[in-house]
Design a protein around this ligand. Structure first.
Ligand code: SF4
Length: 494
């Protein structure tokens, strides 16, 4: 059996980092970890190939080679997914689709032959069994959430690591909190399940064996969801890094209550965690309460950000406008908060009702749902009737974006962020002198000559070199990221 695994195109969003990656000669930020894990669950005797459409195009020959095509996608990849399904159908190939898009109560993808709802550890063995008997069903639905203790090491051999700016691993699924807008808890549940320490170290061994050196994204939606297990993992991660010459720095996502746990922060710092994404959402307490985000109201949010930064971790964060309880001055408050936080990569989106979430159900019962979510909360579209006047909300949102990604605001936040990095907290990265010089030249030409914000850029660069020379690489990465954010913003608000 020949299986072609295809990862559809991820559109140009803040998370694609596409405009920043071009400077580094990379095609995509992260590899398709879900499909690489699925590949490891398929029988060894099956031949497998993977096409990540974010780094290469899908050819007709690829499709013709396969007996069956497996796809996995998020809602935001829906258009590309449907296009691939149609191409495969036209060539008479069987298509199997899984991932968050089909797992969150989205409308059925009628053209796919097989649909996997839920996690592959539960559905895939049954499908393989039925396929071997010649009686595969159309829909496989996971009735239970599987333990991750049997989840295999992803097949890193299916990708070319050079195409990516970061590698990914997963430690846990699920989150104990109950944010109203969140689909993670609907898909993966509120009881976080983790892999064993042994599994995690085996994945890192496999990654190291590929030759990868640099950033590793632990893709968990909340890495500290199961704090007890994380506390057990970190000392082993620290020893592993020491034994292996510290080949990786880590980046993950966590809930804001991370700031309440100094012992955990200390261990994360020691384990080389250098960046963490927080769901801050809003400085308006009444909106946090509405969103059932109580973990963000227990202490000052700014204080929490500063605490985490003080452990040598760059904070990235998500922000949302459009809550029913947002006060009239929410836009100014978001701008001021982001300015004071020293968070360069502040991802501000409009509230969106994802399928099958608590928010979706509430808005449906209130008769306020308008349409399916695009899965992209920065494209200025609303899929529900907001309490605030719609025009005012969208205009206010655009004003926030224009302000926070303006060169003046962005470069200042980047400097504030860098000032928190201690001298020995350089990010691990592979040195490639020729590529690094090419990247720097391209960056200087684009940001220092062609870009409208070039004066601000040179001002930033001078301060970077004068005050934080050891953070030069980090500072240049942030400058490239800022360029990406400006490009995506301009495309979204035009
Ligand atoms: S903390 Fe994050 S992952 Fe957990 S429920 Fe809230 S939004 Fe979802």
């Amino acid at each position: 059996m020949k299986i072609l695994l295809v990862y559809p195109v991820f559109p140009d969003t803040y998370w694609s980092f596409r405009h920043a990656l071009t400077f580094a000669g990379k095609s995509s930020a992260f590899p398709p970890l879900g499909l690489m894990t699925v590949a490891s669950m398929l029988p060894d005797s099956w031949e497998k190939r993977l096409v990540d459409m974010n780094v290469e195009s899908l050819s007709d020959e690829d499709i013709e080679w396969a007996d069956m095509v497996f796809l996995s996608a998020m809602i935001v990849q829906k258009d590309s997914l449907e296009e691939v399904v149609a191409r495969c159908n036209a060539k008479g190939k069987k298509v199997a689709v899984g991932g968050p898009f089909v797992s969150t109560g989205s409308p059925e993808l009628s053209e796919a032959d097989h649909i996997f709802v839920g996690e592959a550890e539960t559905t895939l063995p049954e499908f393989i069994h039925d396929l071997e008997l010649g009686v595969p069903e159309r829909i496989y639905k996971a009735d239970e959430r599987p333990s991750l203790q049997e989840t295999p090491v992803p097949d890193f051999g299916l990708i070319d690591i050079e195409n990516y700016s970061s590698m990914s691993v997963q430690y846990s699924r699920g989150c104990p909190f109950q944010c109203e807008f969140c689909d993670i808890i609907e898909i993966y549940g509120r009881k976080p399940r983790t892999k064993s320490n042994h599994q995690m170290l085996a994945e890192l061994d496999a990654l190291k064996a590929t030759g990868w050196r640099g950033m590793v994204f632990i893709v968990d939606d909340n890495f500290i969801g199961n704090k007890k297990n994380v506390r057990g993992l970190l000392p082993e991660l620290i020893s592993w890094s020491e034994r292996n010459g510290s080949p990786f720095s880590f980046f993950t996502e966590a809930s804001v209550n991370l700031a309440e746990d100094d012992a955990l922060l200390e261990k994360m710092e020691e384990a080389r965690f250098r960046r963490v994404f927080l769901g801050i959402e809003t400085p308006a307490e009444e909106s946090l309460k509405e969103a059932q985000k109580s973990q963000n109201t227990r202490r000052g949010l700014l204080e929490s950000v500063k605490k985490i930064q003080s452990y040598g971790m760059e904070v990235m964060a998500g922000f949302i406008v459009g809550f029913d309880n947002d006060p009239e001055d929410i836009f100014e408050r978001q701008i001021n908060f982001i300015r004071k936080s020293g968070i360069p990569l502040a991802m501000v989106g409009l509230l969106t009702a994802l399928p099958d979430t608590q928010l979706w159900r509430r808005l449906e019962s209130e008769g306020r749902l308008l349409k399916e979510s695009t899965g992209n909360n920065t494209d200025c579209s609303l899929n529900f009737v907001p309490k605030m006047d719609k025009e005012r909300l969208v205009e206010g949102y655009k004003a926030v974006l224009q302000n926070i990604y303006s060169p003046r605001e962005y470069y200042q936040r980047a400097l504030d962020c860098i000032s928190h990095f201690k001298k020995d907290k350089i990010l691990t990265r592979k040195i490639d002198v020729i590529q690094d010089l090419k990247s720097l030249t391209k960056l200087l030409l684009t940001l220092g000559v062609k870009d409208k914000g070039r004066i601000r850029f040179w001002n930033y660069l001078i301060k970077l070199v004068m005050f934080y020379p050891r953070e030069f690489g980090h500072g240049m990465t942030l400058a490239a990221m800022g360029y990406h954010f400006r490009k995506v913003t301009a495309a979204n608000i035009d």
